[in-house]
Design a protein around this ligand. Structure first.
Ligand code: GDP
Ligand code: MN
Length: 365
């Protein structure tokens, strides 16, 4: 899950990474009496989870005297379609130069990778495209809890040495808080020292509880319900709902849809041994998502019994067409239940997928 800037900075602060003085508000009324420490100018930062926030108007520098008015304007905005519910008000740092640093996992090398550039700031994507040499990388074994100094020296090149301890602290933030990605862009030098002017932190969803986070905000309400039922469920943007058992079968169903020119709306893995009730709630959940025109149920009956699955499908009684491919334990019984209730059971995965893709094409005509 992605943390917002102020949440990331709360963690950074605990690790001694310097962050500008500031506070978060949910309404302009919360400013009263708290702005005296800002000096003449203040940075008004929308706490929204969108890339290119500054360029989209989500970061402005205001006269401290106008902070209330500017905050009201910011609360009224949508940044790339996302409403502004929280604002971080921060002292304006006297920036000398902006740097970029991020840490993530390089899965193919099984190491952490640290990426640094002396050309930080809002144009970092352009730098990556046009001047890739301005971006340096080092790979650090996850068994090391600090970055060896010689590696840090290589990473920084001619950049100021004062950046090194901050990057090492960021590495500890990453390792000790189950990070998937941390990023400071810009990491800035000022007359008062080095500061993290922005902050990003993506935490492994499986470790949210260790940070005391109860709700995964990156999930939709339906995805959360699915998680609490023990289903692996993901929402996409097409028209075909997909139910499978086991990651392999579910993924190959998705691949087949793609190959035959369709688009999945979502997919749900019911797991092994799903009975009538679990199958029923799975079908209902998948059908509930707006935009689902047809549903594929592709299950293999090992421990799972096809007759139970068939009963679950019938019990769900959803309005969309359900195309079923079942093979294995009690297959004949399953087929009988489905046929009796007007559902179609097809012999192979190709059959259900091509029929679903055709049904969507017809619906589009
Ligand atoms: P992003 O667009 O979401 O990455 O937003 P940032 O927090 O990185 O802010 C965008 C830009 O605003 C930065 O690259 C800085 O140039 C500028 N900025 C942000 N905070 C400060 C600050 O405290 N002082 C100054 N002078 N500029 C700032
Ligand atoms: Mn930034």
């Amino acid at each position: 899950m992605k943390l917002l800037e102020y949440e990331a900075k709360d963690i950074y602060r605990k690790y001694g990474i310097p962050v500008g003085f500031g506070f978060v508000i949910s309404s302009p009324d919360e400013i009263d009496g708290r702005i005296r420490d800002f000096g003449d100018e203040v940075v008004v930062k929308a706490q929204v989870d969108v890339g290119g926030r500054g360029k989209a108007g989500g970061v402005i520098i205001a006269k401290t005297a106008d902070v209330r008015e500017e905050s009201e304007k910011m609360f009224a905005k949508q940044i790339k379609g996302v409403p502004v519910e929280k604002i971080l008000l921060e002292e304006k740092l006297p920036i000398e130069k902006e740097y970029y640093v991020s840490i993530t996992i390089d899965r193919s090398r099984r190491e952490n990778v640290i990426i640094f550039s002396s050309e930080g700031g809002v144009e970092i994507e352009q730098t990556a495209r046009e001047n890739p040499d301005a971006i340096r990388k080092i790979w650090v074994s996850p068994l090391l809890h600090d970055i060896p100094s010689f590696m840090l020296r290589n990473l920084l090149g001619d950049a100021p040495k004062e950046l090194a301890p901050v990057i090492n602290d960021l590495y500890r933030v990453f390792c000790e808080n189950d990070g998937i990605l941390v990023e400071i862009n810009p990491l800035v030098t000022t007359s008062k020292g080095v500061f993290a002017a922005d902050g990003k932190f993506i935490v492994d969803d499986n470790a949210l509880y260790r940070l005391g986070i109860e709700v995964n905000r990156d999930l939709t309400e339906r995805e959360r319900r699915a998680e609490s039922c023990g289903f692996s469920y993901v929402e996409l943007s097409g028209q075909i709902g997909v139910i499978g058992n086991g990651a392999g079968l579910t993924m190959s169903t998705l691949d087949m849809i793609e190959i035959l020119g369709g688009k999945a709306a979502n997919f749900l893995d019911v797991g092994g041994g799903a009975g009538e009730d679990r199958v029923c709630s799975a079908v209902k959940l998948v059908a509930e998502m707006p935009g689902v025109k047809v549903i594929i149920v592709n299950l293999l009956g090992g421990i799972t019994r096809c007759d139970e699955v068939a009963r679950g499908i019938v019990k769900a009684g959803v309005s969309q067409q359900v195309l079923v491919r079942l093979a294995g334990t009690n297959e004949a019984e399953g087929r009988e239940i489905l046929n009796k209730n007007g559902y179609k059971m097809l012999p192979t995965m190709d059959d259900v997928v091509s029929e679903a893709v055709d049904a969507c094409k017809e619906a589009a005509l």
